[in-house]
Design a protein around this ligand. Structure first.
Ligand SMILES: [Zn+2]
Length: 247
């Protein structure tokens, strides 16, 4: 038996048998792990009302003798979403982000960045006066950047020319950002105005509070096409019939 004490944020929970709970946790050292809390719905001593989605916990985990499953032995709440739980539309945005993370199956070497971004997400949804409807889309892009897939938005992927304030183009199937000169080689490229590129730059490494806002339908559509294409190309994840799946 091997035991560790670690922080974790709860991505999803479910019941099995009468009083037992399974949880998907994001651990900053290991990525996503499914664990079993035997007696989880009864024991207020070992799990004092803390086994809920979006909570950050301090956990004592034990790996079984054969290493084939992990049990949650004890947990205590470090921080949680507070009143956010009663805001169904914002909890819906959070759920969309968490489902994306599950589809992504965060690798261990990026887990700490992913953990930090989930805590940023919770804080932003709990505290901000307004939240953009594009928040889940921007979260996906920010997460891809935290995992090391961040595109160079400042330069043409082919010739290396600095893009400045001129319009640029994005080739979805190849994941390329292109200058006007190089875009001719890829007739199906999407036009990306500098305002949209600046918006994506704000999301690339900044905290959610500093992410820019899309103005109007055209900018929202451009962000959506670029980010969804980028995520599909680099991470192989698509939104399909109400769920994220590997393409
Ligand atoms: Zn170029």
């Amino acid at each position: 038996m091997k035991e560790v004490t670690t922080q974790a944020v709860v991505l999803r929970t479910g019941h099995f048998r009468e009083i037992d709970i399974w949880l998907k946790l994001l651990l900053p050292e290991r990525g996503i792990e499914t664990v079993f809390a035997f007696g989880g719905s009864r024991s207020r001593h070992r799990f004092p009302g803390c086994l809920d989605v979006l909570n950050t916990l301090e956990c004592r985990l034990r790996t079984s003798g054969y290493g084939n499953y992990v049990t949650l032995e004890e947990a205590r709440l470090i921080s949680g979403p507070g009143d956010l739980r009663s805001n169904w539309s914002r909890m819906g945005l959070a759920a969309n982000c968490l489902r994306f993370l599950e589809a992504l199956d965060v690798p261990a070497d990026s887990a700490r960045e992913a953990f930090g971004l989930v805590e940023d997400l919770r804080r932003h949804l709990a505290e901000s006066r307004t939240v953009s409807p594009l928040f889940p889309l921007f979260f996906r892009f920010a997460m891809a950047c935290r995992l090391g897939y961040g595109p160079d938005l400042e330069h043409c992927s082919l010739c290396g020319r600095r893009l400045g304030d001129e319009p640029s183009f994005f080739q979805v199937s190849e994941g390329l950002m292109l200058c006007t000169g190089c875009a001719g080689k890829f007739p199906s490229s999407l036009l990306v105005k500098s305002a949209v590129r600046n918006l994506l730059c704000s999301v690339e490494y900044g905290a959610p509070e500093t992410w820019g806002k899309a103005r109007g339908y055209e900018e929202r559509r451009a962000c959506s096409a670029l980010i969804d294409g980028f995520i599909q190309y680099h991470l192989g994840i698509v939104w399909d019939r109400g769920t994220f799946r590997k393409s």
